[in-house]
Ligand binder design. Sequence first.
Ligand code: AMP
Length: 457
Amino acid sequence: MAELQKEFMDFKTFNFHSSIAAGIEAAGYQTPTPIQRKAIPAILKGQDIMGLAQTGTGKTAAFVLPILERLADGGRGFVRALVVAPTRELAEQINDNICTLGQKTGLRSISIYGGVNINAQIARLARGVEIIVACPGRLLDHLKQQTVSLSRLEVLVLDEADHMFDMGFFPDIKRIMQQLPARRQNLLFSATMPREILHLAREVLHQPVTIQIGITAPADTVTHAIYPVAHHLKTRLLLELLKNTNTESVLIFTRTKHRAKRIGEQLAKKGFKAASIQGNLSQNRRREALNGFRDGTYQILVATDIAARGIDVSGVSHVINYDIPNTPDAYIHRIGRTGRAASTGEAFTLVTDDDINLVRGIERVLGARIKSKVLDDFDYDIPAPKNNQEFARPPRKPVPRYKSIHKQKKTGPKPPGSTSSAETKSARPQQRPAGSKSAARSKPRSGGGSFRPRRSR
Ligand code: AMP
């Protein structure tokens, strides 16, 4: 049995074309991940797939490898496979994966998304490609301008379908599907399965095989810690943490775009090799920041969840949650960036009194209390400045909280770092006004105990 399992763990079991085996070797993959073991045989048989899995499971190669196998033989010069993805970063990442794994196949692949000049894409398409990885909007532009034809498509992949739904792409996807031949293989991947995705799956997939890879708790190689701190001292504490910790590369997560940008700038000003990525950056600036982080030009990358979604950066030694994520899933997802393979990683989360329930939720998923830590020489008693812009709100009447949130959504002026787009949709708008009594707090208690909320005096 053990022998059999070992045999099955090898990519050789799939009997890939030698050009694809060469790509697997070039990528450095030794054994298939669970989703690859389950999905590859079914996709190779030509079956439709409903894959419940998120980024980090190896799902891209799970569909890319069998697609390359299918396309290795057969016609060239027309689009045979289309992968639709919600974000430019994910589209680029999938395309990179295709280029690595398919480098010896001679198949041509292109990523297509908005925010960049369309003419270069038109020129590439005119030269002929077999695989397109696209965000829906720009692909529709090409279809309208007839700069691409999908009439001979053989395989359609809808990746991160739940995010595409969240981002309002379903009408676009339906329009794209009207241009596809009826006979084709369909692969749909989603991290979650809300009703809307089930409906889409019913519409798109034909007798699908369902493959589910659950959320796996972070690797044992990751050490977790929370650092209780008042809102207004977060940045100071972050700087101290970075000074006092031996880090290689650090990914810092914030809840808002504004904050990601501001912290990136502050760290750079203090002499750290830091960059930030958030939704407002141009594609070139994002790419520059990401590539710089990957190649070590930047040691620190500050990002929002959406900007970092789907981004795979290996070798992250520390993930620091400047703002705690809104769900345990998001925590696991962020933390998944560190402690990969055999290397170790640390996950630090700065927490305020408001975050107690979120901390408890994460602990439930981890199945353990997270160690609460204090920095010895850090002054936790510095009062909040009178003009604390970061957590300040514009003056307003003292109305019940639910009303003020409602009002802000509709008409309210937006304070710095406020929630304004999909990027910050789920932010919890409960920060206290600057200078409020509760903003200045006593030094957190024990360094080793668990996080206890300290009531405002
Ligand atoms: P994904 O979930 O597709 O974003 O993949 C996450 C990361 O795992 C990427 O860096 C892949 O290159 C890597 N990966 C995918 N499959 C394997 C494998 N079989 N062995 C090692 N790494 C892999």
